[in-house]
Unconditional design. Structure first.
Length: 375
Protein backbone atom coordinates (compact mmCIF):
# COMPACT_ATOMS: atom_id res chain seq x y z
CA UNK A 1 0.00 0.00 0.00
CA UNK A 2 1.29 3.45 -0.90
CA UNK A 3 2.03 5.56 2.13
CA UNK A 4 -0.65 8.15 1.28
CA UNK A 5 -3.28 5.70 0.05
CA UNK A 6 -5.10 5.75 3.40
CA UNK A 7 -4.94 9.54 3.48
CA UNK A 8 -6.62 9.86 0.10
CA UNK A 9 -9.21 7.25 1.09
CA UNK A 10 -10.19 9.36 4.11
CA UNK A 11 -10.25 12.60 2.10
CA UNK A 12 -12.40 11.07 -0.62
CA UNK A 13 -15.30 11.00 1.84
CA UNK A 14 -14.49 11.85 5.47
CA UNK A 15 -18.05 11.13 6.59
CA UNK A 16 -17.99 7.59 5.20
CA UNK A 17 -14.66 7.06 6.96
CA UNK A 18 -16.10 8.32 10.27
CA UNK A 19 -19.19 6.10 10.02
CA UNK A 20 -17.02 3.09 9.26
CA UNK A 21 -14.64 3.84 12.11
CA UNK A 22 -17.51 4.20 14.56
CA UNK A 23 -19.14 0.96 13.41
CA UNK A 24 -15.88 -0.93 13.66
CA UNK A 25 -14.70 0.46 17.00
CA UNK A 26 -18.00 1.10 18.76
CA UNK A 27 -16.74 4.41 20.13
CA UNK A 28 -18.31 7.86 20.13
CA UNK A 29 -17.35 10.68 17.77
CA UNK A 30 -17.46 14.34 18.80
CA UNK A 31 -17.59 16.92 16.04
CA UNK A 32 -15.30 19.93 16.28
CA UNK A 33 -15.89 23.20 14.44
CA UNK A 34 -12.46 24.49 13.37
CA UNK A 35 -9.50 22.95 15.21
CA UNK A 36 -9.18 25.44 18.08
CA UNK A 37 -11.06 23.31 20.63
CA UNK A 38 -9.10 21.34 23.28
CA UNK A 39 -9.15 18.06 21.37
CA UNK A 40 -6.81 16.44 23.89
CA UNK A 41 -9.60 16.41 26.49
CA UNK A 42 -12.03 14.75 24.08
CA UNK A 43 -9.42 12.20 23.03
CA UNK A 44 -8.66 11.40 26.71
CA UNK A 45 -12.25 10.11 27.09
CA UNK A 46 -11.71 7.51 24.36
CA UNK A 47 -13.90 9.46 21.93
CA UNK A 48 -12.70 10.61 18.51
CA UNK A 49 -12.53 14.39 17.86
CA UNK A 50 -13.60 14.90 14.24
CA UNK A 51 -13.23 18.34 12.66
CA UNK A 52 -15.98 19.27 10.19
CA UNK A 53 -13.90 20.35 7.20
CA UNK A 54 -15.79 19.07 4.17
CA UNK A 55 -15.22 21.63 1.45
CA UNK A 56 -17.79 20.29 -1.01
CA UNK A 57 -20.87 22.36 -1.69
CA UNK A 58 -23.81 21.17 0.41
CA UNK A 59 -26.77 19.66 -1.41
CA UNK A 60 -29.05 22.61 -0.65
CA UNK A 61 -29.06 25.48 1.85
CA UNK A 62 -31.04 24.88 5.02
CA UNK A 63 -32.41 28.41 4.73
CA UNK A 64 -31.71 29.12 8.39
CA UNK A 65 -28.42 31.02 8.19
CA UNK A 66 -28.28 34.30 6.22
CA UNK A 67 -26.48 34.21 2.86
CA UNK A 68 -24.01 36.89 4.02
CA UNK A 69 -22.58 34.57 6.69
CA UNK A 70 -19.22 32.84 6.32
CA UNK A 71 -19.73 29.73 4.18
CA UNK A 72 -17.85 27.53 6.67
CA UNK A 73 -20.55 28.33 9.24
CA UNK A 74 -23.43 27.73 6.84
CA UNK A 75 -21.90 24.58 5.33
CA UNK A 76 -21.39 23.04 8.76
CA UNK A 77 -24.97 23.72 9.79
CA UNK A 78 -26.33 22.52 6.44
CA UNK A 79 -24.51 19.19 6.89
CA UNK A 80 -26.25 18.67 10.23
CA UNK A 81 -29.64 19.91 8.97
CA UNK A 82 -29.59 17.38 6.11
CA UNK A 83 -28.40 14.63 8.47
CA UNK A 84 -25.11 14.09 6.67
CA UNK A 85 -23.21 14.02 9.97
CA UNK A 86 -25.75 12.06 11.98
CA UNK A 87 -22.94 9.80 13.23
CA UNK A 88 -21.78 12.55 15.61
CA UNK A 89 -22.46 12.06 19.32
CA UNK A 90 -21.99 15.75 20.01
CA UNK A 91 -20.57 19.00 18.71
CA UNK A 92 -17.97 21.33 20.24
CA UNK A 93 -17.74 24.87 18.90
CA UNK A 94 -14.97 27.26 20.01
CA UNK A 95 -16.11 30.86 20.36
CA UNK A 96 -13.94 32.46 17.68
CA UNK A 97 -16.27 35.12 16.33
CA UNK A 98 -19.89 36.24 16.54
CA UNK A 99 -20.85 33.84 13.75
CA UNK A 100 -19.37 30.83 15.56
CA UNK A 101 -21.28 31.77 18.70
CA UNK A 102 -24.48 32.10 16.64
CA UNK A 103 -23.79 28.66 15.14
CA UNK A 104 -23.67 27.19 18.66
CA UNK A 105 -27.00 28.74 19.66
CA UNK A 106 -28.62 27.53 16.43
CA UNK A 107 -27.22 24.07 17.07
CA UNK A 108 -28.69 24.03 20.56
CA UNK A 109 -32.09 25.09 19.25
CA UNK A 110 -32.26 22.75 16.24
CA UNK A 111 -30.61 19.70 17.84
CA UNK A 112 -31.54 19.90 21.55
CA UNK A 113 -31.25 16.12 21.96
CA UNK A 114 -27.56 16.18 21.02
CA UNK A 115 -24.67 17.20 23.27
CA UNK A 116 -23.15 20.53 22.30
CA UNK A 117 -20.77 22.89 24.03
CA UNK A 118 -19.32 26.35 23.41
CA UNK A 119 -15.64 26.73 24.38
CA UNK A 120 -15.20 30.33 25.48
CA UNK A 121 -11.68 31.15 24.34
CA UNK A 122 -10.26 34.49 25.53
CA UNK A 123 -9.82 37.23 22.96
CA UNK A 124 -6.97 39.14 24.62
CA UNK A 125 -4.21 36.76 25.62
CA UNK A 126 -2.18 39.57 27.16
CA UNK A 127 -4.88 40.66 29.62
CA UNK A 128 -4.53 40.09 33.35
CA UNK A 129 -6.24 36.93 34.49
CA UNK A 130 -6.56 35.47 30.99
CA UNK A 131 -4.73 32.25 31.79
CA UNK A 132 -6.73 31.74 35.00
CA UNK A 133 -9.94 32.20 33.04
CA UNK A 134 -8.83 29.73 30.36
CA UNK A 135 -7.80 27.06 32.89
CA UNK A 136 -11.21 27.34 34.57
CA UNK A 137 -12.94 27.11 31.20
CA UNK A 138 -11.03 23.91 30.42
CA UNK A 139 -11.99 22.51 33.84
CA UNK A 140 -15.62 23.34 33.12
CA UNK A 141 -15.42 21.60 29.77
CA UNK A 142 -13.79 18.55 31.37
CA UNK A 143 -16.56 18.32 33.98
CA UNK A 144 -19.19 18.68 31.25
CA UNK A 145 -17.69 15.79 29.27
CA UNK A 146 -17.53 13.62 32.39
CA UNK A 147 -21.11 14.33 33.42
CA UNK A 148 -22.60 14.00 29.93
CA UNK A 149 -20.88 10.78 28.92
CA UNK A 150 -20.47 9.16 32.33
CA UNK A 151 -16.68 8.99 32.21
CA UNK A 152 -13.85 10.05 34.48
CA UNK A 153 -10.99 11.87 32.81
CA UNK A 154 -7.88 11.37 34.91
CA UNK A 155 -4.80 13.58 34.72
CA UNK A 156 -2.86 10.54 33.53
CA UNK A 157 -5.22 10.04 30.57
CA UNK A 158 -4.94 13.72 29.66
CA UNK A 159 -1.13 13.49 29.76
CA UNK A 160 -1.21 10.41 27.51
CA UNK A 161 -3.47 12.25 25.10
CA UNK A 162 -1.17 15.29 25.07
CA UNK A 163 1.84 13.04 24.34
CA UNK A 164 0.05 11.46 21.37
CA UNK A 165 -0.95 14.88 20.01
CA UNK A 166 2.53 16.28 20.60
CA UNK A 167 4.03 13.44 18.56
CA UNK A 168 1.66 14.28 15.70
CA UNK A 169 2.54 17.97 15.84
CA UNK A 170 6.26 17.17 16.00
CA UNK A 171 6.14 14.94 12.89
CA UNK A 172 4.20 17.55 10.90
CA UNK A 173 6.72 20.25 11.87
CA UNK A 174 9.56 17.97 10.79
CA UNK A 175 7.97 17.29 7.40
CA UNK A 176 7.32 21.00 6.95
CA UNK A 177 10.96 21.81 7.71
CA UNK A 178 12.24 19.17 5.26
CA UNK A 179 9.91 20.53 2.57
CA UNK A 180 11.39 23.98 3.05
CA UNK A 181 14.89 22.65 2.38
CA UNK A 182 13.81 20.24 -0.37
CA UNK A 183 10.56 20.97 -2.17
CA UNK A 184 10.80 17.58 -3.94
CA UNK A 185 10.27 15.82 -0.60
CA UNK A 186 6.50 16.31 -0.80
CA UNK A 187 4.08 18.44 -2.79
CA UNK A 188 1.82 21.12 -1.30
CA UNK A 189 -1.19 18.95 -2.00
CA UNK A 190 0.18 15.87 -0.25
CA UNK A 191 1.45 17.82 2.76
CA UNK A 192 -1.80 19.66 3.42
CA UNK A 193 -3.67 16.41 2.83
CA UNK A 194 -1.67 15.03 5.76
CA UNK A 195 -2.53 18.09 7.86
CA UNK A 196 -6.24 17.85 7.09
CA UNK A 197 -6.47 14.12 7.82
CA UNK A 198 -4.70 14.67 11.14
CA UNK A 199 -7.92 16.44 12.16
CA UNK A 200 -10.11 13.57 10.98
CA UNK A 201 -8.33 10.36 11.95
CA UNK A 202 -7.41 8.86 15.34
CA UNK A 203 -4.06 10.38 16.23
CA UNK A 204 -2.31 7.05 16.88
CA UNK A 205 -3.23 5.82 13.40
CA UNK A 206 -2.20 9.11 11.84
CA UNK A 207 1.12 9.06 13.70
CA UNK A 208 1.91 5.73 12.06
CA UNK A 209 1.38 7.31 8.64
CA UNK A 210 3.64 10.25 9.49
CA UNK A 211 6.37 7.95 10.81
CA UNK A 212 6.24 5.98 7.56
CA UNK A 213 6.43 9.16 5.47
CA UNK A 214 9.57 10.23 7.32
CA UNK A 215 11.10 6.74 7.18
CA UNK A 216 10.59 6.56 3.41
CA UNK A 217 12.10 9.99 2.88
CA UNK A 218 9.00 11.59 1.41
CA UNK A 219 6.28 10.56 -0.98
CA UNK A 220 3.71 11.89 -3.35
CA UNK A 221 4.20 14.02 -6.46
CA UNK A 222 7.03 16.54 -6.15
CA UNK A 223 7.15 19.79 -8.09
CA UNK A 224 8.28 19.48 -11.70
CA UNK A 225 9.51 23.07 -11.84
CA UNK A 226 13.29 23.57 -11.80
CA UNK A 227 13.20 26.66 -9.57
CA UNK A 228 10.05 26.67 -7.42
CA UNK A 229 8.81 29.93 -5.94
CA UNK A 230 8.38 29.90 -2.15
CA UNK A 231 5.43 31.79 -0.68
CA UNK A 232 3.64 32.43 2.60
CA UNK A 233 -0.05 31.49 2.74
CA UNK A 234 -2.32 33.34 5.18
CA UNK A 235 -5.91 32.62 6.19
CA UNK A 236 -7.96 29.98 7.99
CA UNK A 237 -8.34 27.09 5.55
CA UNK A 238 -7.90 26.26 1.88
CA UNK A 239 -10.84 24.43 0.34
CA UNK A 240 -10.98 22.56 -1.89
CA UNK A 241 -7.51 21.06 -1.46
CA UNK A 242 -7.27 21.02 -5.25
CA UNK A 243 -6.02 24.62 -4.96
CA UNK A 244 -2.77 23.21 -3.59
CA UNK A 245 -2.46 20.94 -6.63
CA UNK A 246 -2.75 23.97 -8.90
CA UNK A 247 -0.02 25.71 -6.93
CA UNK A 248 2.17 22.63 -7.39
CA UNK A 249 1.63 22.77 -11.14
CA UNK A 250 2.50 26.49 -11.15
CA UNK A 251 5.76 25.95 -9.28
CA UNK A 252 4.71 27.60 -6.02
CA UNK A 253 5.75 26.03 -2.72
CA UNK A 254 3.89 26.98 0.46
CA UNK A 255 6.95 27.25 2.67
CA UNK A 256 5.15 28.79 5.67
CA UNK A 257 1.58 29.61 6.57
CA UNK A 258 -0.65 30.73 9.44
CA UNK A 259 -3.67 28.61 8.52
CA UNK A 260 -5.90 27.08 11.18
CA UNK A 261 -5.94 24.01 8.95
CA UNK A 262 -2.20 24.28 8.64
CA UNK A 263 0.71 25.45 10.77
CA UNK A 264 -1.44 26.94 13.52
CA UNK A 265 -2.61 23.40 14.28
CA UNK A 266 0.85 21.90 14.78
CA UNK A 267 3.26 24.82 15.38
CA UNK A 268 3.47 24.38 19.16
CA UNK A 269 4.28 21.70 21.71
CA UNK A 270 2.70 21.31 25.15
CA UNK A 271 4.99 21.16 28.17
CA UNK A 272 3.42 18.05 29.64
CA UNK A 273 4.38 18.49 33.29
CA UNK A 274 2.37 19.38 36.39
CA UNK A 275 -1.32 20.10 35.98
CA UNK A 276 -2.18 19.00 32.40
CA UNK A 277 -5.02 21.52 32.13
CA UNK A 278 -2.65 24.37 32.98
CA UNK A 279 -0.20 23.02 30.40
CA UNK A 280 -2.97 22.83 27.83
CA UNK A 281 -4.06 26.39 28.63
CA UNK A 282 -0.49 27.63 28.36
CA UNK A 283 -0.25 26.26 24.83
CA UNK A 284 -2.83 28.81 23.65
CA UNK A 285 -0.27 31.53 24.41
CA UNK A 286 2.40 29.87 22.23
CA UNK A 287 0.53 29.48 18.97
CA UNK A 288 0.77 31.31 15.67
CA UNK A 289 -1.08 34.67 15.77
CA UNK A 290 -4.79 34.11 15.28
CA UNK A 291 -6.98 36.64 13.43
CA UNK A 292 -9.81 35.91 15.87
CA UNK A 293 -7.66 36.62 18.94
CA UNK A 294 -4.65 38.88 18.38
CA UNK A 295 -4.66 42.11 16.41
CA UNK A 296 -3.36 42.75 12.93
CA UNK A 297 -0.01 44.01 14.21
CA UNK A 298 0.84 40.60 15.70
CA UNK A 299 -0.08 38.86 12.45
CA UNK A 300 1.86 41.35 10.36
CA UNK A 301 5.04 40.96 12.42
CA UNK A 302 4.74 37.18 12.22
CA UNK A 303 4.23 37.18 8.44
CA UNK A 304 7.00 39.73 7.86
CA UNK A 305 9.46 37.77 9.99
CA UNK A 306 8.78 34.53 8.09
CA UNK A 307 8.94 36.17 4.67
CA UNK A 308 12.07 38.25 5.21
CA UNK A 309 13.83 35.71 7.44
CA UNK A 310 13.43 32.91 4.90
CA UNK A 311 13.69 34.84 1.63
CA UNK A 312 10.16 34.03 0.54
CA UNK A 313 9.02 35.66 -2.69
CA UNK A 314 5.47 36.67 -1.79
CA UNK A 315 2.34 36.32 0.32
CA UNK A 316 -1.04 34.92 -0.68
CA UNK A 317 -4.07 35.78 1.44
CA UNK A 318 -6.82 33.22 0.96
CA UNK A 319 -9.97 34.34 2.71
CA UNK A 320 -13.44 32.92 3.09
CA UNK A 321 -16.03 35.38 1.87
CA UNK A 322 -17.75 37.22 4.76
CA UNK A 323 -15.12 36.09 7.32
CA UNK A 324 -15.10 39.30 9.37
CA UNK A 325 -11.84 38.80 11.37
CA UNK A 326 -9.86 38.21 8.17
CA UNK A 327 -11.57 41.05 6.32
CA UNK A 328 -10.87 43.44 9.20
CA UNK A 329 -7.12 42.66 9.28
CA UNK A 330 -6.45 42.54 5.55
CA UNK A 331 -6.14 46.28 4.65
CA UNK A 332 -3.47 46.89 7.30
CA UNK A 333 -1.61 43.70 6.38
CA UNK A 334 -1.58 44.65 2.70
CA UNK A 335 -0.39 48.20 3.43
CA UNK A 336 2.45 46.85 5.54
CA UNK A 337 3.57 44.35 2.90
CA UNK A 338 3.33 46.95 0.12
CA UNK A 339 5.45 49.29 2.23
CA UNK A 340 8.10 46.57 2.51
CA UNK A 341 7.96 45.85 -1.22
CA UNK A 342 6.63 42.30 -0.73
CA UNK A 343 4.30 41.11 -3.53
CA UNK A 344 0.95 39.90 -2.24
CA UNK A 345 -2.30 38.55 -3.60
CA UNK A 346 -5.81 38.31 -2.14
CA UNK A 347 -8.02 35.38 -3.13
CA UNK A 348 -11.55 35.11 -1.82
CA UNK A 349 -13.26 31.72 -1.70
CA UNK A 350 -16.78 30.57 -0.91
CA UNK A 351 -17.64 26.96 -0.10
CA UNK A 352 -21.13 27.52 -1.56
CA UNK A 353 -19.81 28.42 -5.00
CA UNK A 354 -16.41 28.10 -6.62
CA UNK A 355 -15.06 29.99 -9.66
CA UNK A 356 -12.31 27.65 -10.81
CA UNK A 357 -11.27 29.55 -13.91
CA UNK A 358 -10.87 32.96 -12.24
CA UNK A 359 -8.98 31.57 -9.27
CA UNK A 360 -6.52 29.59 -11.41
CA UNK A 361 -5.92 32.58 -13.67
CA UNK A 362 -5.10 34.87 -10.76
CA UNK A 363 -2.80 32.30 -9.15
CA UNK A 364 -1.01 31.73 -12.46
CA UNK A 365 -0.51 35.46 -13.02
CA UNK A 366 0.91 35.88 -9.51
CA UNK A 367 3.22 32.88 -9.96
CA UNK A 368 4.55 34.41 -13.18
CA UNK A 369 5.15 37.77 -11.49
CA UNK A 370 7.09 36.11 -8.66
CA UNK A 371 9.01 33.94 -11.11
CA UNK A 372 10.12 36.94 -13.15
CA UNK A 373 11.31 38.74 -10.00
CA UNK A 374 13.52 35.82 -8.98
CA UNK A 375 15.36 35.69 -12.34
Amino acid sequence: MEVLEKVQEVLKNPFIFARGWKSQNGQRIIGVFVPDAPEELIYATGMLPFTILDGNKSQSPAGVIPSFTCSLISNTFDRAYHRQIEFLDGMVIPYLCDSSRALFHLWQKKFPEQFSDLIRLPKKLGSQGTKTFLVEELRRFKRTLEKTFGVEISNEEIRKSIDIYDENRRHLRTIQAVRFQNSDFMSNYDFFSLVKTSMLMPKKEHNEILREVLARGGCGSPNDVDTPVKVFLSGILVEPLEIFRWMDEMGMVVAYDDLAVGSRYFSYEIENEGDPLEALAESYFNRIPNPTVEGGKDRFNYILDRVQGNNLEGVIFIQLKFCEPLIFDYPDLKKGLDREGIPNLLIETDLRSFNVGQLKTRLQAFAEILGSRSL
